[in-house]
Design a protein around this ligand. Structure first.
Ligand code: ADA
Length: 560
């Protein structure tokens, strides 16, 4: 995956992006596939979503990808896959390496003693809905689940001692103090040299003892003179770690996120979050949003005066987070989910997959300064008391992994949610003026929600975000009657909404409008979704602005 900085100067990394051999196997059982006998009769881009191409449009089934990789020696290697939709299994020379559940997170498989020379790598990708195999992706979610190897694939040569991860947290932003945790693995115990550089300047060099079982080396460092990261001045620093023969760099921002009463603070300054919910999707590319589109999206967000994105409804691509780090756009990064029902949230099979996926999300994106909130699930059955233990477990796991960011979730049960006390920030999805009622009902509905949250049964002491609100408009449908689905209706709706949220009340500290751009949706929800798209974007799916774009822009620019 091409990041905005070089992660390795010493470790050899082969980027496996390109055109791979491909075969669409269709509705076959993955367990019955003889990998050696697959007839690769086509080709496909990696990364890429096969069902975004015309030949496989709307197809669901098992797909096989094949390429050849080169091992120059028998040293341990690691195959790193940044996204595989939405269930997959990998094979090297016909031997199974492992399998993975869930489409939007990074995972890896180790190859301990590869035979030197060329080897055949086959990856199976399955985009069917199968709760037993992959409970994280279900057919009723309101977006189109594209299939394929959606993000990058790399082969890393690790050697005998290697860095698994470098985790960097700001511990005292005023003192420019950070905690660096180096997770390592090793084939045997021994001594190694640890060196840490910040922006090319060495800040630590010492000998360390490595455990044969692997471990974590933790150091607290002061990065003298380092500039702070903030939405206005997003200064970034490259922290490079060398451990023995291996290395890894991470790019960080020194900043503190804190919840103080009803506000979210960055470096002790309250921030007002003004932004959008954004899916990582494009009709031509599926979930593999090209760099050009990622850049254009960030340009659009900035042009509208946004400082905030809710990455709905799954962990965002690291390339997008890199761009948000640079642009000073604050991100709510959330685990995959859409209206999980109580049956799922009380099912160990579901919770186990969700916990793993949550851990992967935190691992892959924790060093991004732009990520200021962890989110989980979306509009789950939070009103059913039985879901509390499962939700509490997921939140506890996030806090255990990263105590430096507040946790929230989007609830559409403002009046009877049973889990609000578990979150640091209260986030509400609501659709007054769209699902029932006209534009004249928006203000009253918002006030009613605020009164409930701040009332005796509520969580009045916490910050509150409107995490979804909006109206549909079909691009180009301009109607003098200003009816539903017209660009005029949407523009008026958002105008009324934003005015009320920030002029009619002072209670709300953030807004992520539903949504940034239109997205293709699932067959199951296509009724009530003209064109089978969720049309509530202020841009259409090709990022062409609707009338509401300039309305939001005028408000957001004024409010910043
Ligand atoms: C929900 C959901 C969104 C979208 C939205 C809508 O709030 O979280 O993904 O489906 O409704 O457009 O109705």
């Amino acid at each position: 995956m091409h990041r905005r900085f070089r992660q390795h100067e010493i470790r050899r990394v082969d980027d496996l992006s390109g055109v791979w051999d491909f075969s669409f196997l269709g509705d076959v059982d993955a367990d019955s596939v003889d990998v050696g006998a697959i007839a690769f009769d086509d080709r496909m881009a990696v990364p890429g979503c096969f069902d975004a191409t015309p030949a496989y449009a709307a197809r669901r089934g098992l797909a096989a990808y094949r390429t050849r990789v080169l091992f120059t020696d028998a040293t341990r290697h690691r195959l790193v896959i940044d996204g595989l939709h939405h269930w997959g299994r990998a094979f090297l020379n016909g031997q199974r390496l492992g399998e993975h559940v869930g489409g939007f997170t990074r995972f890896s498989f180790d190859i301990e003693n590869p035979a030197p020379g060329e080897a055949e790598l086959v990856i199976l990708a399955d985009n069917r809905f199968d709760y037993e195999r992959c409970p994280l992706h279900l057919d009723y979610f309101d977006w189109y689940h594209f299939g394929g190897i959606s993000r990058g694939v790399e082969l890393h040569r690790l050697g005998q001692a290697w860095i698994d991860a470098v985790r960097i947290d700001t511990t005292d932003y005023r003192a420019r103090q950070v905690r660096v945790q180096v997770d390592y693995g090793a084939d045997r115990a021994g001594q190694a040299e640890l060196a840490i550089r910040c922006d090319g300047r060495e800040v630590l060099r010492e000998a360390v003892t490595l455990d044969a079982a692997g471990g974590t080396i933790e150091r607290t460092l002061t990065l003298e003179g380092a500039a702070l990261w903030s939405p206005e001045q997003p200064s970034l620093h490259l922290v490079g770690v060398t451990l023995g023969e291996d290395d890894r760099a991470e790019r960080i921002g020194i900043r503190q996120v804190a919840v103080r009463g009803r506000q979210i603070h960055i470096n002790d300054q309250p921030v007002r979050l003004l932004g959008f919910c954004r899916h990582e999707a494009h009709p031509q590319f599926g979930h593999t949003v090209p760099d050009m589109v990622q850049i254009a999206d960030v340009q659009r967000l900035r042009d509208m005066g946004c400082n905030f994105v809710r990455g709905s409804h799954y962990p965002q691509d690291l390339r997008f987070l890199d761009l948000c780090d640079e642009a000073g756009i604050l991100v709510w990064n959330e685990s995959i989910g859409w209206q999980q029902r109580a049956e799922q949230l009380t099912d160990e099979h579901y919770l186990a997959a969700q916990l793993t996926q949550t851990e992967e999300m935190v691992a892959m994106s924790r060093n991004h300064a732009c990520v200021i909130l962890w989110g989980l699930l979306n509009e789950a059955d939070f009103h059913v008391p039985e879901v509390r233990p499962g939700v509490a477990r997921l939140i506890a796991r996030i806090r255990e992994l990263d105590a430096t960011r507040p946790v929230t979730y989007a609830s559409n049960h403002p009046f009877d949610d049973t889990c609000f006390d578990l979150a640091d920030v209260i986030s509400i999805n609501c659709y007054p003026g769209w699902y029932g009622g006209g534009i004249d009902t928006i203000a009253g509905w918002i006030d009613k929600i605020i009164a409930q949250i701040d009332g005796p049964a509520g969580q009045g002491g916490k910050p509150m975000i409107i995490s979804e609100i909006g109206a549909g408009a079909v691009y180009g449908w301009r109607d003098q009657n200003e009816t539903y689905w017209s660009e005029q209706y949407q523009a008026k709706h958002l105008d009324t909404t934003i005015r009320h949220l920030f002029e009619g009340t002072t209670r709300i500290c953030g807004l992520s409008i539903w949504q940034f751009c239109d997205i293709r949706t699932a067959d199951r929800v296509a009724m009530g979704r003209p064109r089978a798209f969720n049309n509530k974007g202020v841009l259409d799916e090709y990022r062409r602005p609707k009338l509401a774009y300039e309305v939001v822009q005028a408000h957001y620019r004024r409010l910043q």
